[in-house]
Design a protein around this ligand. Structure first.
Ligand code: C2O
Length: 511
């Protein structure tokens, strides 16, 4: 942690902290009590983390310099660089050839750039490919008109915001009611005809189409993927949003909200006195309302890990482990989880490029390797959540068939929303028109196809909702100045071991 970072954390803490110093220390103590590995001087831990968890741009550099699996776009970049280098190093050519080459270069330089925002059409859909298999997931034929979508607040600015809450903090009564609503809604969604765009089946198909290269850029054979680039957060915000509208419609409850699985919070702390509400209970277990086998939101093929009631989620599963992640009990998983969150949100996620992922425009080939363009939280935390739960949820082609998908992505969405105000770094959305004007298509509650833009996704308030406050301080304050905590070498060693496994994925098959 640099001094600047440390200072901004401190400033942030004194100015806008969720927790008082004493309460912050409580968080740390709680964590340390349950996790002796963390009893290391924070600066050591931080340096260790910095060296272990390579920031994205460094990983990208490494990738470019190794022959081992650069993405096709990187290959293309290298080729074109070599190409232009050849062009300017041929002084012995005759002057007419030189003139031709010169004119050609001028024409190329002056011709308009092909950069344009990605737009989606379902026409020309082809079989996709993921996890070593061809995927058949083209959306059903649509004969209606595609209708541009206008955010709710532009239509009715006086409507109060709906609140998406932390699932673990619902009261007993709220839990019962929410569980019954989910059950009712998913019973209907599971029983709709498979070609009904609102059916759960078609939610799975849509995510598969957008995530396996089944959709192509209009008039080309360039396949599209909305993962691993700046398209990731906006796409999933819209996907959860339209899913929520469909559930509201089915339940005839316009206030229904997709509450979030607060998996990033690994500590229960006393609610800060200054807080007006908020959830300060541990959130890393699979939410109970999704874990009752007698309800339609239950998915029987989830892994045994996900249904063991005392096992926290593992947020630092590495790609090599994805097929069968090891059983990490709380003592091992917790320090790794908080480290992963800290790295994803505070360290690697401290810049627009680091958090949001890289640029992706018309003409760019499908992103297959996260190291080239994916944002920090997408690869750390998001992916592990999918792999830990397993079953359909663990594969890109089927993940949206598990209703838990929407509670998982509600949390990702919340973290994106909170990211702007975290201390340190440069945290704002891209202002590039190719980002803002990128478009997606989604089915709404009347099975009408709606066209939405990234621009319209950037404010959750404009979309009519907000999030209950939760204990983000748990990972924000992961790097704390330590007052007189001395540590034995044994602890340091144990800690090092545990953290060394939390490295940035080098090879990554898709969720
Ligand atoms: Cu489109 Cu969690 O993935």
């Amino acid at each position: 942690m640099t001094d600047v970072d440390r200072e901004s954390v401190c400033n942030w803490r004194s100015a806008a902290s969720d927790l008082t110093n004493k309460e912050t220390t409580t968080v740390a103590n709680e964590l340390w009590i349950s996790s002796p590995e963390l009893q290391t001087p924070q600066s050591t831990t931080s340096n260790k983390l910095k060296s272990i968890m390579t920031p994205i741009h460094e990983a990208e550099r490494t990738l470019r310099s190794t022959a081992e699996g650069p993405s096709s776009s990187v290959v293309q970049l290298n080729i074109s660089l070599q190409h232009s280098a050849k062009m300017v190093t041929i002084p012995f050519y005759s002057s007419s050839v030189k003139l031709m080459l010169f004119t050609w270069m001028v024409v190329i330089l002056l011709s308009p750039s092909t950069a344009a925002p990605i737009q989606i059409t379902f026409d020309g859909c082809i079989p996709g490919f993921a996890n070593n298999e061809t995927q058949y997931c083209c959306p059903p034929k649509y004969n209606g008109t595609i209708v541009d979508f206008i955010p709710e607040k532009e239509l009715n600015s006086s409507k109060p915001l709906r609140v998406r809450k932390a699932l673990q903090c619902l009261s007993k009564k709220e839990q019962r009611e929410y569980k019954a609503k989910l059950d009712k809604a998913y019973t209907i969604l599971r029983n709709l005809p498979e070609d009904d765009p609102r059916s759960l089946h078609q939610h799975g198909i849509l995510h598969c189409a957008y995530g396996t290269g089944a959709l192509v850029q209009p008039g080309t054979n360039i396949t599209i993927d909305i993962h691993f680039s700046w398209l990731f957060y906006p796409f999933h915000r819209w996907f959860v949003y339209f899913h929520e509208r469909i559930l509201q419609n089915i339940l005839e409850d316009p206030e229904f909200s997709i509450h979030f699985w607060n998996w990033d919070n690994g500590a229960t702390v006393r609610k800060p006195k200054s807080s007006h509400g908020g959830c300060y209970k541990v959130g890393h277990f699979l939410p109970q309302v999704y874990n009752d086998s007698s309800t339609a939101q239950y998915e029987a093929q989830r892994s045994y890990r996900a249904v063991m009631s005392d096992l926290p989620v593992d947020l630092s599963i590495i790609p090599e482990e994805r097929a069968d992640p090891p059983l990490r009990t709380a003592d091992v998983a917790l320090p790794r989880n908080v480290a992963s969150m800290y790295v994803a949100m505070m360290l690697n996620g401290s810049t627009t490029r680091g958090f949001m992922g890289g640029e992706y425009r018309v003409g760019d080939t499908q992103v297959l390797d996260p190291l080239t363009r994916a944002g920090s939280l997408e690869v750390m935390g998001h992916a592990s959540g999918h792999w830990w739960v397993g079953g359909p949820f663990g594969l890109v082609q089927t993940s949206a068939l598990d209703p838990l998908f929407f509670a998982h992505h509600s949390n990702i969405d919340r973290l994106w929303n909170n990211w702007y105000n975290l201390p340190g770094g440069e945290r704002k959305d891209y202002d590039d028109p190719d980002f803002l004007n990128a478009e997606y298509l989604f089915w709404d509650e009347t099975a009408t196809l709606r066209r939405v833009t990234v621009r319209d996704s950037l404010s959750i308030e404009a979309l009519g909702y907000t999030y209950e406050k939760a204990n983000d301080a748990y990972w924000i304050n992961y790097v704390l100045p330590v007052n007189g905590t001395t540590n034995s070498t044994t602890n340091v060693t144990t800690s090092t071991k545990a953290l060394e496994e939390v490295h940035f994925p080098m090879r990554w098959n898709k969720v």
